[in-house]
Write a protein that binds this ligand. Structure first.
Ligand SMILES: C[S@@+](CC[C@H](N)C(=O)[O-])C[C@H]1O[C@@H](n2cnc3c(N)ncnc32)[C@H](O)[C@@H]1O
Length: 227
């Protein structure tokens, strides 16, 4: 079994085939340690929180969160990566559900997660907006979004070469307009995440929160009143 849930549309995206080939060519592409920016948010996380890791690859972040006692769902469209994530979780006795799906086509659960961790999920504009909206909707009231991505500007040692799938502060502000921004910045950092992310990188880092229960209801009713 490759994943706990398997959506056939995952294989239809040509990028899924490219990612699958990368994972088949080698293991632990981005290392086994969690992403440093996500790990730095540990103080905001509590056991029992429900976490979603879209584009989670081989599971390094999912395992880290599950190790903190969170109940984790990992989604990716590369079967080899997701199978590794599931196998590693089972070996460690950790609670990680895996879903094989294309995030751009996935039916994102609504208000179902206390944390959504989008770590280096670099998408072209059309997919990016749909995925980021899905991620925002998936947050429960007061849920937390943590995102790190390669930033626009000069390409450095790692990350996509073209600008099409790199992000900037303005894009993220617009994509996540319904959330309260806790912190949002672009910076240059040194990544040491397996062979896949090694060296200097320009990144954009976001922590944001969904509105609390009452405020979300008010916003939804004023949106439907003005529609
Ligand atoms: C750079 S890797 C990061 C993996 C993981 N988040 C990490 O930090 O180790 C990007 C991941 O996003 C996945 N991905 C990209 N586009 C996707 C899509 N449309 N649907 C599902 N997964 C996608 C790729 O298969 C890959 O595993």
């Amino acid at each position: 079994m490759l994943a706990d849930h398997d959506e056939p549309a995952a294989a239809a995206n040509p990028w899924a085939l490219r990612w699958e080939a990368r994972y088949r060519a080698g293991e632990s592409l981005f290392g086994t340690a969690p992403n440093a920016f996500l790990a730095a948010q540990s103080g905001l996380l509590r056991p029992g929180m429900r976490a979603l890791c879209p584009g989670e690859g081989e599971g390094r972040n999912a395992l880290f969160l599950a190790g903190l006692g969170l109940s984790v769902t990992a989604v990716d469209f590369a079967p080899t990566a997701l199978a590794r994530a599931g196998a590693r979780a089972r070996e460690a006795g950790l609670d990680v559900t895996t879903i094989l799906a294309d995030l751009a086509l996935w039916s994102w659960p609504e208000a179902a997660f206390d944390l959504v961790a989008l770590i280096f999920v670099q998408l072209d504009a059309g997919e990016r907006v749909a995925v980021h909206r899905g991620a925002a909707r998936a947050l429960a009231p007061s849920g937390l979004l943590v995102l790190e991505a390669f930033a626009r500007g000069p390409a450095r040692d790692c990350g996509p070469r073209g600008e099409a799938s790199r992000y900037d502060v303005a894009m993220l502000r617009e994509d996540f307009a319904g959330l309260e921004i806790v912190s949002l910045m672009e910076e240059t950092t040194l990544l040491a995440e397996g062979a896949g992310h090694r060296g200097a990188a320009s990144v954009v880092r976001l922590v944001a929160r969904a509105p609390a229960q009452g405020r979300r209801r008010e916003e939804e009713s004023s949106a439907s009143a003005s529609a």
